[in-house]
Design a protein around this ligand. Structure first.
Ligand SMILES: CCCCC/C=C\C/C=C\C/C=C\CCC(=O)SCCNC(=O)CCNC(=O)[C@H](O)C(C)(C)COP(=O)(O)OP(=O)(O)OC[C@H]1O[C@@H](n2cnc3c(N)ncnc32)[C@H](O)[C@@H]1OP(=O)(O)O
Ligand code: FAD
Length: 675
């Protein structure tokens, strides 16, 4: 039976959640296909949970995720190859499509704490694609794509170094006589540490190590290394491998450690698309060295989409729960309202929904931009390629940083918006938050990535002073006009964020110059200007996110059904106004905005909350998360929150006996003074 409040919400909404769901899924056919695929898995008893996953031990969780992961991949592959037909070869688009099935809603529905085989596709196969020569791809790609004797992962980070990649210590020495590389872990800090699936799952890795040819250091290169025997799965001689242990979240990923002692691999297992070692030991850098970092760029790009889903999962749970939960009369003597009627509750939840929708528009744009840059790189126009790569790196770094930070923060706001019940593991905010906050760190830590973007921004700012043509993402730096507060509030807000970004970049540049004038070198000056540089990259991200959201929505809006267009326009506006208000410190520092104008934004913000209120439940229904994807007692479609909380408590293994054995062994002796 459906909760009556949710029934009422759905009946009185002015948008049709089905229309929204079709747009969200990219069309009716896509939506139907996704639903049919999900039902094949979610209705299959072999994918049911007997015991709540949160009640399993760490080891049991791993074993369960491998058992389920292999069944999942087997079934998904069959479905995917039928769908792809003859096109079932591994290229970038196919990989992204398949990876999305693993890490999007479907994969999340089956693995709330992720699973160890994900890295094989997102990082191992993508590295073979990006960094392998055609010959290497012929040899390895198809096998890897079909997991034919190969389960891979990406081993870059070490115990001692993660952010500063050049500091990695793993060594690969070329032995010309045997045409082999010899891999070594010279000390404890050189142990690989963190790679997902490395502990007990993977049998091959892409390893990043310092290449030495004789005495000559040839920089970091990537190598394809077998670490476990294909048949027995025992570690190869000289390989020391294991799992690093429980973490804050993502506890089914099987993150591992790895050390090498004189492990030999053939010469053709260095990935040689951009750099080669010839059989007689000549090192040739034939492509742009930075392409070695290509896998990281790829994952940063797709992470924006991943955290968008996590934020909206949490948003759906909090919205439905807030429509079911009744507490605290607004007027004395009146019935307790749905907590969603408290304006402050709307102000916690709706901006997160708006942010998620904005990330969706920006993630689509970013993926397109990534593909365009990849095509440019293939054209071998080195100047153009290097400019495009620099812009892609700068944009992807700041978007990944800010999106993961805001999504994690948003998920925690949504968790708190569910009061005490939000803290239950069965509400599932812990898993969702665990994944989102991991993304804040992995694939480039937040501050480290913002500093990368800031370098680019300062350079573009200096170019703007020289009246040079600027890349698309920063053309606004050429516009030095002051803010003119007009009728269009969205434009006022976006423009003031752009001005704040421009001025903050200018300030960061001035700080660097001041330090240089004091006689400090470039690196020290950068270090001392660090806070300003991070503020500049953050301000740029906010300006870019708002401008891109507005532009992308305007580009597509005419093709949408009026009710979908209407709610998306409200959400876009709410996102822009919310960003402006949250960044008010920066905005007011760099723009002349008076109290009346600020109040205008606040009033419109509050008005938008009221406008969205009647459609909130229909909107989150439109994201079309299956109950299994939400995995939450608070967020299920039927709204039977209290029944589910109680049922889940009763399933808890502790409640399977009325008296636990610890009573006889400890509590009773204590009470009888017999300890
Ligand atoms: C358990 C997970 C949860 C479950 C989810 C499961 C699956 C999800 C899928 C995958 C994710 C899972 C796991 C994540 C895997 C990882 O984390 S892999 C390890 C990732 N590591 C990093 O990201 C390290 C971050 N550090 C760096 O990228 C670089 O070291 C640096 C900070 C960018 C600096 O590099 P450095 O070599 O020192 O260079 P320098 O600062 O000197 O810069 C040189 C110039 O190169 C430019 N540049 C740097 N990187 C790139 C790049 N990628 N592309 C293009 N250009 C780049 C840089 O800006 C400099 O340019 P200038 O012109 O000189 O300014
Ligand atoms: C869940 C998870 C999964 C992961 N999966 C993988 C994987 O599959 N493969 C893999 O190779 N790695 C993986 N990693 C490792 C991950 O990429 C690194 O942890 C990440 O890049 C951060 O590096 P670090 O741990 O060295 O942090 P540190 O760099 O030590 O960061 C600590 C602090 O130092 C600051 N700091 C560091 N450098 C600078 C600087 N230049 N300027 C200013 N401040 C700085 C940071 O801002 C931060 O506050 C994973 C990590 C996690 C958490």
């Amino acid at each position: 039976m459906m909760n009556v409040d949710l029934q009422q919400e759905r009946a009185s909404a002015t948008i049709d959640s089905e229309d929204f769901a079709q747009w969200w899924a990219g069309g009716k056919t896509n939506l139907e296909q996704r639903r049919s695929l999900e039902s094949q898995f979610f209705n299959d008893p072999q994918f049911d949970d007997v015991i709540p996953a949160s009640c399993l031990s760490y080891k049991e969780r791993y074993e369960h995720s491998v058992a389920r992961g292999t069944q999942f991949l087997h079934k998904l592959r069959q479905w995917f190859s039928e769908k792809q037909g003859k096109n079932n070869v591994c290229d970038l688009n196919t990989l992204q499509e398949f990876r999305f099935l693993l890490s999007g809603p479907l994969g999340t529905g089956l693995f709330q704490q992720s699973f160890p085989l994900r890295l094989h596709f997102s990082m191992f196969v993508s590295t073979l694609l990006n960094q392998g020569t055609e010959e290497q791809q012929r040899k390895w790609l198809s096998r890897a794509w079909h997991m034919d004797g190969i389960i891979g992962t990406y081993a870059q980070t070490e115990l001692g170094h993660g952010s500063y990649i050049r500091g990695l210590e793993t060594r690969a020495d070329y032995d010309a006589e045997h045409e082999e590389f010899i891999l070594n872990t010279p000390n404890l800090t050189a142990y690989k540490w963190w790679p997902g699936g490395l502990g007990q799952t993977a049998n091959m890795v892409v390893v990043l190590g310092q290449l030495y040819v004789g005495e000559k250091h040839c920089g970091l290169q990537s190598f394809l290394v077998r670490i476990r025997d294909e048949q027995t799965h025992e570690p190869i001689l000289g390989v020391d491998v294991g799992d690093i242990g429980p973490k804050l979240g993502a506890n089914c990923v099987n993150n591992g450690y790895l050390g090498f002692q004189n492990v030999r691999i053939p010469r053709d297992q260095m990935l040689m698309k951009n750099a080669q070692v010839t059989s007689d030991g000549k090192f040739i850098q034939s492509g742009q060295p930075l392409l070695l970092y290509g896998t990281m760029v790829f994952v940063r790009v797709i992470t924006v989409r991943d955290v968008m889903f996590e934020l909206l999962q949490a948003g759906t749970i909090a919205t439905r729960y807030s429509a079911v939960r009744r507490q605290s009369p607004i007027e004395p003597g009146k019935p307790e309202p749905q907590i969603l009627d408290h304006l402050t509750q709307q102000a916690k939840i709706f901006p997160q929904l708006a942010r998620g929708v904005s990330y969706r528009l920006v993630a689509d744009w970013l993926w397109q931009f990534y593909q365009n840059v990849m095509q440019t790189l293939e054209k071998k126009d080195s100047a153009l390629a290097s400019d495009s790569l620099a812009e892609l790196h700068a944009v992807s770094c700041c978007l990944k940083a800010v999106a993961t930070q805001e999504a994690s923060e948003g998920i925690d706001i949504l968790r708190k918006a569910c009061g005490g019940h939000g803290y239950m593991a069965s509400a599932n905010f812990d898993s969702i938050y665990g994944l989102a906050t991991a993304a804040y760190t992995y694939e480039g830590e937040y501050t480290v990535l913002l500093l990368q973007t800031a370098r680019f921004l300062v350079r573009q700012y200096v170019d703007s002073l020289k009246r040079k043509i600027l890349p698309g993402s920063v053309t606004y730096l050429r516009d030095v006009s002051r803010l003119v507060w007009g009728k269009d509030l969205v434009e006022n807000c976006v423009r003031s964020l752009e001005i704040a970004s421009l001025e903050q970049i200018r300030l960061a540049w001035q700080c660097q110059k001041e330090q240089r004038k004091r006689g400090l070198g470039v690196e020290q000056s950068n270090n001392l200007a660090g806070r300003q540089l991070v503020a500049a990259a953050t301000a740029h991200a906010h300006a870019f996110l708002t401008r891109t959201t507005v532009r992308e929505l305007r580009r597509i809006v005419s093709g949408l059904k009026p009710s979908v267009a209407g709610i998306l326009t409200q959400l876009m506006e709410l996102f822009v106004l919310d960003t402006f208000l949250r960044q008010a410190g920066q905005v007011l520092r760099w723009n002349s905005i008076n109290g009346r104008q600020l109040r205008q934004v606040e009033q419109r913000f509050e008005q938008l909350l009221s406008k969205l209120r009647p459609n909130a439940v229909a909107l989150v229904d439109g994201f079309d998360f299956h109950d299994r994807v939400l995995g939450s007692t608070l967020g299920a479609y039927d709204g039977r929150v209290y029944e589910r909380l109680m049922a889940e408590a009763r399933r808890n293994p502790l409640n399977q006996e009325t008296v636990n054995s610890s009573f006889y062994s400890h509590l009773q002796p204590m009470m009888r003074g017999k300890l």
